[in-house]
Design a protein around this ligand. Structure first.
Ligand code: LRH
Ligand code: MN
Length: 419
């Protein structure tokens, strides 16, 4: 892959755009370094074509094993220098030889972000079914099986150098009367306590909430309130994970984020976008203003607590690709997240607070939207350039016909594990 030739051809146009931005906006000191430090983890389960119950249309050249998944994330990282970590899902991606996997990832400049447990599917050799839930299950044996699985996942993570376990529970009910909500809540908390007790001292447990699907009447960890109340009961290492697609229509996600952050209970994100439900679409593809408003609250709240933007929260994508090339889709998501972060770093917070104190509502909106309407793509590209990445990752991915190369190497019918 010839990144330097690609950049050379685009450099003059890029420099013009960056100079124009600098002529229009005062770039705060250190903004480029912040963008360079900001790495977004790629989900191991989103490197193939996703699908729905109605159909799946494979694009070919999909990774057949964990080694090829790491190579694909390595390719993304080589192109944008902003995808420096991979988040594994167990048992979809069990690292059979952790040392070798760790070395391979290191060769691609990749670290391991949170590991994800899976008690929403029954494995072939499983003794107890999760049909009626896992940590909430009425049967102690089923709960123990789910607890043991989560502890197993922590062990895999420790061998890879991960520092967090993400627990998403599909647990809930599909019909009124089916579930005793109080008992389900208490059993879930008691089960999470046993998992929490198995956490290494420097690890976090991220409890991900979701409004519905696959249960369609109630979900036991169904909203930020349920997750927040549970992680408060568990202890300081337990935090809430916000998946952007897991909210009921019109939820104010940026407000949820600001409160969780203020309370010190925001663990991290699963970035994606959605029009209706948990659509797992490209981040920033449907509601880019919402993504900007979320980062606006993040920068404000993290600075208020003196947090390190790059290290103190879990930045992860969770997406599924039905009609786009998985790698191009992920490149677009990383770009959209970097753009939202860069714009949030440009907000004049002093002027915004002054306008708020004056109840100057119009001025507040003008300050935010002036930034949101500022094209910062040249700034994000400059960060990539300075790290040795491509000025236009998707253009280079296509110029080099990388998907054709993957299909030639792996075949047109390969299917990756995951969603
Ligand atoms: C549930 C979810 C969760 C994952 C799964 C792949 O909808 O967002 O984060 O475990 O997707
Ligand atoms: Mn998720």
């Amino acid at each position: 892959m010839n990144i330097s030739n690609h950049n050379e051809a685009l450099l003059a146009q890029h420099t013009r755009r960056l100079d124009f931005l600098k002529s229009e906006v005062n770039l705060p000191a250190g903004i480029l370094q912040k963008l360079k430090d900001f790495q977004i983890a790629i989900p191991s389960w989103a490197l193939g074509t996703g699908g729905t119950r109605f159909g799946r249309f494979s694009g070919g050249g999909e990774p057949r094993n964990l080694e090829e998944k790491i190579a694909d994330v390595g390719l993304l990282h080589a192109l944008n220098q902003s995808s420096g970590a991979i988040s594994l899902h167990i048992p979809w991606d069990i690292p059979t030889d952790p040392a070798a996997i760790r070395n391979l990832a290191a060769q691609h400049g990749l670290a391991f972000d949170a590991v994800n447990s899976n008690t929403f599917q029954d494995q072939a050799d499983q003794a107890h079914s999760y049909k009626f839930g896992s940590l909430q299950h009425v049967s102690a044996a089923t709960r123990k099986q789910a607890i043991d699985h989560n502890i197993e996942v922590i062990k895999h993570g420790v061998e890879l150098g991960s520092k967090a376990l993400t627990v998403w529970l599909s647990d809930g009910s599909c019909f009124p009367g089916q579930l005793n909500f109080r008992h389900a809540y208490e059993r879930t908390v008691d089960s999470l306590r046993e998992i929490y007790a198995a956490l290494p001292a420097d690890w976090s447990l991220y409890l991900e909430y979701k409004a519905y699907e696959p249960n369609f009447y109630s979900t036991t960890v169904g909203d930020w309130g349920a997750s927040y109340s549970m992680v408060n009961k568990l202890g300081p290492q337990a935090k809430t994970l916000v998946d952007l697609g897991h909210h009921l229509p019109n939820a104010n996600i940026e407000q949820i984020v600001s409160i969780l952050l203020m309370e010190g209970k925001l663990g991290g994100f699963h970035f994606n976008d959605s029009k209706y439900g948990d659509d797992d679409l490209t981040a920033g593809s449907i509601k880019p203003y919402q993504l900007f408003l979320i980062f606006n609250e993040l920068v404000d709240g993290m600075d208020a607590k003196g947090m390190n933007h790059a290290k103190d929260l879990g930045w992860m994508i969770d997406a599924s690709h039905n009609v786009k090339d998985p790698l191009e889709d992920l490149l677009q998501s990383v770009e959209a997240i970097q753009i939202a972060y860069a714009q949030a770093l440009l907000v004049d917070r002093k002027a915004l607070e002054a306008a708020r104190e004056a109840n100057d509502v119009v001025r507040c909106q003008e300050i935010l939207q002036a930034v949101f309407r500022t094209d910062v793509r040249a700034l994000v590209a400059q960060a990539r350039l300075e790290l040795g990445g491509a000025l236009d990752p998707i253009a280079l991915f296509r110029q080099e016909k990388l998907r054709d190369q993957l299909i030639k190497a792996r075949g047109a019918k390969t299917v990756a594990t995951g969603l």
